[in-house]
Unconditional design. Structure first.
Length: 238
């Protein structure tokens, strides 16, 4: 499947304020800008594969990307979903290890690729940027630890409710007293996030809908009662 290049200057990117590059001095930002390659990806295309060697850093300029692993039975488990302004691949770059997961485009996306050498040249001469990247790596590892603990200790119902709330907070569009999750997830993808069978997710979503906690708008989900959903997730409600 062919990929199409696009052009965007880093200093004009609308997501710069939310990215790791926010705060870089103009010289370092321009160094990144002139060496990056920007590609439009279609849904279903992969950015990188688990077990391959990282060649650079990926910055999302538009769309969504799922990062997932396959267990020994070949079942997909989504670790997280990256959105515009997020970066992918820096942990493997810093550790000089192979990718620990696969990244696949969930919605048509615009991705900028920064080669390894250019990323490290900026990182090595900018201590503030290095600290920010290290903080981001620690945050990413914390998310993975939380996901593992969630799988070990929460029921499927609790995990589904918790993930719907997480998706609402991350991708929610506020309005009319409820929140539409602006992410067209398939039921298979949602099951991969929760770590259960697709049939189980479909049944629980139907129960949540019957209880007035959520509603459906096509493939998208609207959270109607976040407090009751939080109780389903066994979360403390303020």
């Amino acid at each position: 499947m062919a990929k199409t290049e696009f052009s965007i200057a880093c200093n004009l990117c609308e997501y710069l304020k939310d990215s790791l590059f926010n705060g870089l001095n103009p010289e370092d930002l321009e160094h990144i800008n002139v060496h990056k390659t920007c590609i439009q990806y279609r849904k279903g295309q992969n950015l990188f594969y688990e077990g391959t060697r990282p060649m650079g850093l990926y910055c999302i300029n538009g769309g969504k990307v799922k990062v997932f692993k396959n267990n020994v039975q070949g079942k997909e488990y989504i670790i997280y979903i990256a959105k515009p302004g997020d970066f992918l691949g820096y942990r493997a770059l810093l550790s000089e290890e192979f990718y620990g997961a696969t990244a696949q485009v969930l919605e048509d996306a615009k991705i900028c690729f920064i080669p390894r050498e250019q990323f490290f040249s900026v990182l090595n001469r900018n201590p503030t940027f290095m600290r920010k990247v290290i903080k981001a790596v620690c945050h990413e590892m914390g998310i993975m630890e939380e996901r593992m603990a969630e799988l070990a200790h929460k029921s499927v119902r609790e995990r589904l409710a918790a993930n719907l709330l997480m998706l609402k907070e991350t991708y929610g569009m506020e309005g009319e007293g409820s929140s539409l999750i602006d992410l067209a997830l398939s039921r298979e993808d949602l099951a991969s996030i929760v770590g259960t069978a697709t049939e189980t997710v479909i049944r629980l979503l139907s129960e949540f809908k019957s209880d007035g906690l959520i509603s459906f708008e096509g493939k998208k989900i609207r959270v109607i009662d976040p407090k009751k959903l939080a109780k389903q997730a066994d979360l403390i409600v303020a």
